[in-house]
Design a protein. Structure first.
Length: 218
């Protein structure tokens, strides 16, 4: 490609990063017009989907690390990652020393972003449809959506959100509408800790992140 081509490529990625970052900032500080159009929880989910589709459309021209950098700010803005990281370990989190807790919070975030960055290999006309929201347990709200892909059955994705410090954040995703992603991970993580300990769980997650980066997990 040459030096000029490399420079143009870097400029394109930087521009895309800025666009996704702007979207993430809007999640935290929505405009008055946006607030009157949709509710806070729906706005969070819709803008996450917009960021995801933006990366999917460009995924064929991006490396894993470029997709990771583009998606990270939107995921940080949409999810309550610290809450999810703690819940994914349950009581085991309370038994960790502070350095181990901080290591887990950082690793869980990396794993969350890697799951998106590692699976976005192309775009085939996918769209998201937001169906609505309803009240859920413990003061949370569920936003129901569908991922539509031409030639395939729609995938139901329901997001559970809670409000903290005046901002709505996703705390769980229900695959096929009913299967809690957080519950699945908690069961998996708990089994690993019980069998082999926390260090083994960290090594396992690091291995999965490496596989996602290498394209070994689809």
């Amino acid at each position: 490609m040459g030096a000029r081509g490399d420079a143009l490529s870097r400029l394109a990625v930087s521009a895309a990063l800025a666009a996704i970052a702007a979207c993430a900032i809007a999640l935290a500080a929505p405009s008055g017009a946006d607030q009157t159009a949709v509710s806070g929880p729906v706005r969070v989910v819709d803008r996450l989907h917009e960021a995801m589709l933006g990366v999917m459309r460009r995924s064929a021209d991006l490396t894993y690390h470029e997709r990771f950098e583009l998606l990270a700010p939107a995921i940080d803005a949409a999810y309550d990652l610290d809450f999810m990281a703690r819940k994914s370990l349950g009581r085991a989190f309370e038994g960790l020393d502070e350095p181990s807790r901080q290591r887990w919070l950082a690793l869980f975030r990396e794993y969350m972003v890697a799951n998106y960055a590692g699976r976005f290999h192309g775009y085939a006309g996918q769209t998201f449809e937001t169906l609505g929201e309803e009240s859920a347990a413990q003061g949370t709200v569920q936003v129901s959506t569908k991922l539509r892909e031409p030639g395939a059955a729609a995938t139901v994705l329901n997001y559970r959100l809670r409000e903290r410090d005046g901002a709505w954040r996703i705390v769980d995703v229900y695959l096929k509408g009913t299967v809690s992603e957080l519950a699945l991970r908690r069961a998996d993580f708990a089994a690993t800790i019980e069998r082999e300990g926390f260090a083994a769980l960290v090594a396992s997650l690091e291995g999965k992140i490496g596989d996602l980066a290498a394209g070994k997990i689809k």
